[in-house]
Design a protein around this ligand. Structure first.
Ligand code: RIB
Ligand code: CA
Length: 310
């Protein structure tokens, strides 16, 4: 069983990552920490509490930073809406949070754990970077970081960058240079992990209390991605990290050097992936290069079925 902390900015795809993590026997979700990204810190925090209320989970939730380390916050209302989870009305939250800051929860949980823990960031890396700065000794308790972010060749928020890295490139640079084993699940594979409108219709026909809310949410997310990127459905970026922890065969990866551009006028937030080894630098990440989409989709449908039966 993989013991994980999920650091996220829900966010439609973050929501599916939470659902997969909480409903999979292979995963022990020690806690959820939230960060500003898709929407403000207040909204992503409240969304996490509402998602857990919908699925009947009381996973500890701790709110993190409301802005990146040095930059102003960039949010993504065109993709995720004003609430960060537009498309359906989630129940008002009845689960309570820990009352701790995300960095304190991460540090305390890691130091108290007698086994290494995997960090799964699916939003900007602000909380993770500050946790490492605040308490460097937690590195010894981190088995690996499996993050959604970056890309070898793809982009979204700018022609050069992926949103999670772009929002806080200074934080990303700290994480990628931490020496901790990293698996980078980037847009090259997540933009292939698309739930088509037919898949979403199939979810809507499952008839359960969770799937009946997920379907309209993914419909909103899919329409936004079609309008902006021409993607024919909902690319489920974030849950691919959790799916990889459940079954490593869902992704193919290569050990490559990844550096983060923090200065570029047009390229800030770019994950500069040394595909040909021309820098001679030591690899610092396992970079996802291919995805078994059918295996991934089956995992998501099975998770929704389990949640509907609760
Ligand atoms: O670029 C995609 C990533 O940015 C996903 O994590 C999505 O939720 C947004 O945070
Ligand atoms: Ca996210």
């Amino acid at each position: 069983m993989k013991r994980i902390i999920l650091d996220c900015d829900p966010g439609h795809d973050d929501m599916i990552a939470i659902m997969l993590a909480t409903s999979s026997p292979e995963i022990e979700l020690l806690g959820i920490t939230t960060v500003a990204g898709n929407q403000t810190g207040e909204k992503t925090f409240k969304n996490a509490l509402r998602i857990l209320t919908l699925i009947g989970e009381d996973t500890p939730v701790s709110r993190g930073f409301d802005k990146p380390m040095v930059r102003e916050l960039t949010v993504a209302p065109r993709i995720h809406g004003v609430s960060g989870l537009d498309g359906a009305n989630l129940p008002e939250a009845t689960v309570k949070d820990t009352g701790k800051h995300a960095t304190d929860f991460i540090i305390e949980t890691l130091l108290a754990s007698d086994e290494p823990v995997t960090l799964v960031p699916t939003g900007p890396l602000t909380n993770v970077a500050f946790s490492l700065l605040k308490k460097p000794s937690i590195k010894e308790k981190i088995e690996e970081i499996v993050l959604m972010g970056g890309a070898i060749y793809d982009s979204n928020i700018t022609p050069a960058s992926e949103f999670n890295i772009y929002v806080d490139p200074e934080a990303a640079s700290i994480v990628f240079n931490s020496g901790i084993p990293i698996t980078m699940v980037g847009l090259d594979v997540t933009n292939k992990a698309v739930f088509t409108f037919e898949d979403i219709e199939k979810i809507g026909k499952m008839g359960g209390h969770v799937s009946s809310v997920v379907a309209p949410l993914l419909e909103f997310f899919a329409k936004a991605n079609l309008e902006i990127f021409g993607i024919e459905g909902a690319p489920l970026h974030d849950p691919l990290t959790v799916a990889y922890l459940i079954d490593r065969d869902v992704l193919e990866t290569r050990s490559l050097r990844v550096d983060i551009e923090t200065m570029g006028e047009y390229t800030s937030g770019r994950t500069v992936v040394d595909v040909y080894g021309v820098t001679g630098k030591e690899a610092n990440a396992s970079v996802a290069t291919n995805v078994n989409v059918e295996k991934f989709k089956t995992m998501i449908f099975d998770a929704l079925e389990r949640l509907d039966k609760r």
